[in-house]
Design a protein around this ligand. Structure first.
Ligand SMILES: [Zn+2]
Length: 224
């Protein structure tokens, strides 16, 4: 009771607003959660489940992406990653969870480990967090399966989206290494915030498969 009075009072002093459109949450603005409003949420476009099957040559079994990387989704990711707002991981994971539940995937029952796509250490220091690791940790808590930092980044790759197809391959080759080998015969959910080209997740999945991982599913919040 006291707590709800306190938070009502704090909301008057410091009104919460949507991190995407900046609208203040009041009785005219419905909130999706603490961080985004319902009208921004309603503009987010979900990925069709049939679009997420892996190509035959891919080293992962499935790529499950939840939203198209555009509009409010793109804005949310930018605020999260480049504007130092790690707490937005909670909103993003909630959006992922709802979409994945709607897809009716039974994947989480079979997952042994959540493994985030690692950042190069210098880049992680600069940003102060690895966005994929934050998402993997929340997913891990929700599904009660461990999050393991099995992969490490060996090189500071250039952003894949700006490169040609050929340069993407050479850019990402040798980018990942294994920290240790808990992955043999395990099913891995490889977590990334955005998949633009699939070269990065393909390379990471290849390393995991080479180390004996049984299945690798890629889970991404958005697909570009
Ligand atoms: Zn909004």
């Amino acid at each position: 009771m006291l707590k709800s009075h306190c938070s009502a009072f704090l909301n008057i002093l410091y009104p919460k607003n949507c991190h995407i459109c900046s609208r203040i949450f009041d009785r005219h603005t419905a909130a999706y959660d603490d961080n985004i409003c319902s009208s921004c949420y309603s503009t987010m476009k979900k990925t069709a489940p049939e679009a997420v099957q892996a190509p035959l040559s891919a080293p992962y079994e499935r790529l499950l992406s939840c939203y198209h990387y555009e509009g409010a989704v793109r804005e949310l990711i930018h605020k999260f990653k480049y504007d130092s707002r790690p707490y937005l991981a909670k909103t993003i994971e909630k959006l992922m969870h709802e979409t994945l539940s709607e897809m009716g995937t039974s994947l989480f029952a079979d997952v042994d480990y959540f493994v985030p796509i690692p950042l190069y250490p210098a880049r992680a220091r600069e940003r102060e967090f690895n966005q994929s690791e934050l998402l993997a940790r929340i997913l891990s808590t929700r599904h009660r399966k461990p999050c393991t930092l099995a992969l490490r980044r060996n090189k500071n790759t250039r952003p894949q989206a700006v490169l040609s197809e050929h340069d993407r391959q050479t850019n990402i080759q040798g980018a990942f290494g294994l920290n240790y080998l808990p992955v043999k015969d395990k099913n891995i959910a490889l977590v990334d915030d955005v998949v633009t080209t699939t070269a990065t997740v393909q390379e990471a999945a290849r390393i995991l498969k080479e180390a004996g991982a049984k299945k690798v599913w890629v889970l991404a919040f958005a697909k570009g």
